[in-house]
Design a protein around this ligand. Structure first.
Ligand code: ADP
Ligand code: MG
Length: 697
C-alpha cells in the first residue's frame, strides 16, 4: 500500500515533474508563459511535448487527448494514439509540440447556438498551460480551450480564464492605490459536491433513472429524512469502500479531496476538496463528477448527480466557496489586523455587495437548469431570490460606517475606515445561517444555489466579472481622487447606503422574506425560462462586452443553448414518462386488477356469500385511477405535439414546456404514485423509493 504522499499527483505532469523532466531554460520559459498567461512558443512546446510523452508512456499511457469543456456542461475528449510509423514496418511513440498546443476535433455535433454553421464545423482546441496535464485511463489528457476558427468561444473554460484575468487587472489597480506590492490576484474556489448512490441492479430496472437521471414516479416511503439520522451518520461499509477508492483515484490526478460525509437525505453524500485557483477548481470538479460515476460503477453503485433524483427527499447542490487572494499571500476577503488592511478588506467586501446587488439576475440565471428548478425555492435549497448573509457583527459595523454612529459591539466605538481595526469575529458566528444563498463565512463567500450537476464555470464567470466591474468603477473613482482616504470613505459609505437592500441575515426560507424581498425590489426569478432571458438584457450585454468576456453574439447563442437544453430535458422526461406508463405501469396494474377480479370470482364460486369487499374496492379504485391515468397521458401527449409550434422561439418554447408540459407531467405522476400505493409490491414493475433509498447496507 502506497502512502498518500506517494499517490498524490502521481498521474499529473505538475510543477515538480516539469522541473525534473524539462531542461532548465525550457522549464523557465514554460513557467513564465503560465504566470503571464501568454501563449507558448512552438520551439518550447516541442521540448515540453516530448518530455510529457516520455513521462506518460512510462506511466503506461498509449493515447493523448485534448480535454475540453464544450457547452454541453460535461467534458469532451477525442483520443489519438502516440503511435507513428517509422517506414520500416515498425512504430514509435510520438507527440509533437504542435499536437500539444493545438487540436482539431470535429466540432459539428457540439452545441454552438448558431455560432458556427455545420459546414464549417472546424473548431480548434488550444492548451491551457495553467492547468496541468494528467493521465486518466492510460490517456494523457491535455486541458484545453475550445474555439471556432473565426474566433468565437465555444466552451466554458475560455470565458472563465478571461473573467479571472479581468478580475486580476481591476483588483491590481485597487491594490496599487493601497500601496500593495502584489503582482497577481486570483480567485479561489472550493466546491462542495453532493451526490446520491443507488444500487446498480435497481437502477437498471428504472428507465427514468437511466434516461433522465431522476425518478419520474415514486410514492413516498414510510420513512424519509424526518429523523435526520443520516446527516453525518456513520458511513456504511460498502459506501466507505467506495469513498476510499474514490479518494485514491482523485488524489492520483492531483485533486485535493478532503472531506467526505453523509448528507441530509438517505443515500446522499458529500465530497469537499481543498480550494484551489478557480479554473483548476472547475477542471477538478468536472473530473470529480466523472470519477464519482466511474468508481461507483466498480462498487456496484450508480452515482446520481441530478439535482432532484427523488421527490420529497432533499436534492443535491454544490456550494461554491469563493474568495480573492494575492500572490503575496493575502486573502482579500479576510478582515486583517491593522486599520490599513481593514480599509482594504472593507473595500473588497463592498465590491462584492455592490456586484451581487447590481447583478442578482445574472447570478440567478447562472444556476438555472431544469434540474435545479426542483430545488430553488423549495424548502431545502435557498430560494430563487438572491440575497447576502453577512452576519450580525459585520452588518452592524457597516451600519455604523453608514451613519457615522457608534458601533454597538463590545467596545461601543465608532467605526472609522482606515483608522480603526475591525473587531475579530470568531469564524463560527459568521457561518450560522444555512438558509442564505450567498453567505459570508469569515474569509470567503459561499454561493449555495448551484445545482449538483452543473459545471461551476458559469457561476464563477459571473462572479468574477461582476466583481471586476465593481472594482473597475471603484478604481476609476479612486485613481482620480485628490484625497484617497476621503474618497475611499465616501465610496464605502455610498456603497452601503445604495446596496444594503441585498443584505439579509434572517431566515431565507420564510414566507415573510419573499414579501420583504419584493418590497426591497429584489428579483424573484422562480424558474429557468423566467431567468435565462435576462442574460441578454442591455445591462448584462454591456457588462460582458465591456470586459471582453463574451461578445453579444456569444451571449445570444449561449442563452439559446441553455433554453434549448431546458426544453430538451423536459421533452425527454415527458417521453420517458409516457413510455413507462404504457409499457410498464398500465400493464402491471391491469394484471393486478385481473388477479383481484379472478380471486373474487374464485371465492364467489366456492362460497356464494363470501365477503369480496376488498377485491371489489381495489378493483374499482384501480380501474378509476387507470382510466384517469390514460386521460392524463393523452393530455401530456397532446401537449408534446403542440410544443412544435414554438420551434422558432426558444424563449416561448421554454415557457411553454414549463407551464404546460411540466404541469401535465405532474398530473400524470400524481396518479401513478397513487396507483403504486394501492398495488401489490410483487406486481409493481420497478423498485420503490424504499428499495432505492434504504437498501444499501
Ligand atoms: P461547510 O460544509 O461548513 O460549508 P466545508 O469545510 O465542508 O464547509 O467546505 C468549505 C470549503 O471552502 C472547502 O472546500 C474549503 O477548501 C473552501 N475554502 C476555504 N477557504 C477558501 C478560500 N479562501 N477560497 C475558496 N474556498 C475556500
Ligand atoms: Mg458549505
Amino acid at each position: 500500500m502506497s502512502t498518500v504522499s506517494e499517490v498524490f499527483g502521481s498521474m499529473v505532469f505538475n510543477d515538480a515533474v516539469m522541473q525534473e523532466k524539462l531542461p532548465k531554460d525550457t522549464y523557465k520559459a514554460l513557467k513564465k508563459t503560465i504566470e503571464d498567461g501568454k501563449s507558448l512558443q512552438i520551439g518550447i512546446a516541442t521540448v515540453v511535448a516530448n518530455a510529457m510523452k516520455d513521462w506518460a508512456v512510462e506511466k503506461g499511457a498509449t493515447h493523448f487527448t485534448h480535454w475540453f469543456q464544450p457547452m454541453t456542461g460535461i467534458t469532451a475528449e477525442k483520443h489519438d494514439s502516440f503511435i507513428a510509423p517509422t517506414g520500416d514496418g515498425r512504430a514509435i511513440m510520438e507527440f509533437s509540440g504542435k499536437e500539444l498546443v493545438k487540436g482539431e476535433p470535429d466540432a459539428s455535433s457540439f452545441p454552438s447556438g448558431g455560432l458556427r454553421a455545420t459546414f464549417e464545423a472546424r473548431g480548434y482546441t488550444a492548451w491551457d498551460p495553467s492547468s496541468y496535464a494528467f493521465i486518466k485511463d492510460d490517456t494523457l489528457c491535455i486541458p484545453t480551450v475550445f474555439c471556432s476558427y473565426s474566433g468565437e468561444v465555444l466552451d466554458k473554460k475560455t470565458p472563465l480564464l478571461r473573467s479571472m484575468e479581468e478580475l486580476n487587472r481591476q483588483a491590481l489597480r485597487i491594490l496599487k492605490l493601497f500601496g500593495s506590492d502584489a503582482t497577481r490576484v486570483v480567485t479561489t474556489v472550493g466546491p462542495e459536491q453532493e451526490y446520491f448512490l443507488v444500487d446498480k441492479e435497481m437502477y437498471q430496472q428504472r428507465r427514468d433513472l437511466i434516461f433522465t437521471g431522476r425518478t419520474l414516479f415514486g410514492a413516498k416511503p414510510p420513512k424519509g429524512q424526518e429523523l435526520e439520522d443520516h446527516y453525518f451518520g456513520a458511513i456504511k461499509p460498502r459506501i466507505a469502500e467506495f469513498m476510499k477508492d474514490l479518494d485514491q483515484e482523485l488524489w492520483k490526478i492531483g485533486i485535493l479531496a478532503k472531506t467526505e460525509h453523509n448528507e441530509v437525505a438517505p443515500a446522499q453524500h458529500e465530497l469537499a476538496p481543498i480550494f484551489s485557483t478557480t479554473n483548476i477548481a472547475a477542471d477538478h470538479n468536472q473530473l470529480t463528477m466523472e470519477l464519482m460515476k466511474k468508481v461507483a460503477d466498480r462498487h456496484g453503485f450508480v452515482c446520481l448527480l441530478h439535482e432532484k433524483p427523488f421527490a420529497g427527499v432533499n436534492g443535491s447542490g454544490k456550494h461554491n466557496n469563493w474568495s480573492i487572494s494575492t500572490n503575496t499571500g493575502v486573502n482579500l476577503l479576510e478582515p486583517g489586523s491593522s486599520p490599513h488592511e481593514n480599509a482594504q478588506f472593507l473595500l473588497f467586501l463592498c465590491s462584492v455587495i455592490k456586484a451581487v446587488d447590481d447583478y442578482q439576475d445574472l447570478l440567478r440565471l447562472s444556476v438555472a437548469t431544469a434540474g435545479n428548478d426542483h430545488r430553488l425555492g423549495a424548502n431545502e435549497a435557498p430560494p430563487a431570490i438572491i440575497s447576502m448573509f453577512l452576519g450580525d457583527e459585520l452588518t452592524e459595523i457597516l451600519e455604523s460606517i453608514e451613519h457615522d454612529g457608534a458601533y454597538d459591539g463590545k467596545e461601543k466605538s465608532t467605526m472609522e475606515i482606515g483608522v480603526h481595526i475591525l473587531p475579530k469575529f470568531p469564524k463560527d458566528t459568521t457561518d450560522r445561517n444555512r438558509t442564505s444563498p450567498f453567505a459570508f463565512t469569515g474569509n470567503k463567500f459561499e454561493f449555495r444555489m448551484l445545482g449538483s450537476a452543473i459545471s461551476i464555470s458559469g457561476p464563477n464567470i459571473v462572479l468574477n466579472t461582476i466583481v471586476a466591474e465593481s472594482l473597475s468603477q471603484y478604481a476609476d473613482e479612486l485613481e482620480a481622487a485628490e484625497d484617497f482616504q476621503e474618497a475611499l470613505n465616501k465610496l464605502i459609505k455610498r456603497t452601503i447606503k445604495k446596496h444594503k437592500r441585498i443584505i439579509f441575515n434572517g431566515n431565507n426560507y420564510s414566507d415573510e422574506w419573499v414579501a420583504e424581498a419584493k418590497r426591497r425590489g429584489l428579483y424573484n426569478l422562480k424558474s429557468t425560462p423566467e431567468a435565462l432571458p435576462y442574460f441578454k438584457s442591455e445591462k448584462n450585454l454591456k457588462l460582458f462586452t465591456k470586459h471582453n468576456i463574451f461578445t453579444e453574439a456569444e451571449i445570444v447563442s449561449r442563452c439559446e443553448i441553455m433554453l434549448d437544453s431546458y426544453c430538451k430535458v423536459l421533452h425527454i422526461e415527458a417521453l420517458t414518462m409516457l413510455d413507462m406508463v404504457h409499457k410498464d405501469i398500465l400493464p402491471a396494474v391491469i394484471q393486478y386488477v385481473e388477479k383481484l377480479s379472478s380471486t373474487a370470482l374464485t371465492k364467489k364460486s366456492a362460497f356464494a356469500d363470501v365477503n369480496c369487499e376488498v377485491e371489489q374496492t381495489l378493483v374499482t379504485l384501480l380501474s378509476d385511477l387507470t382510466s384517469c391515468l390514460y386521460r392524463k397521458t393523452n393530455k401530456l401527449e397532446q401537449a408534446l405535439v403542440a410544443a412544435k409550434e414554438y420551434d422558432e422561439d426558444a424563449e416561448k418554447c421554454a415557457l411553454y414546456y414549463h407551464d404546460t408540459v411540466f404541469a401535465a407531467m405532474q398530473e400524470v405522476r400524481a396518479i401513478v404514485d397513487e396507483l403504486e400505493v394501492n398495488t401489490a409490491k410483487s406486481y409493481w414493475p420497478m423498485p420503490s423509493y424504499s428499495d432505492l433509498l434504504f437498501s444499501i447496507l
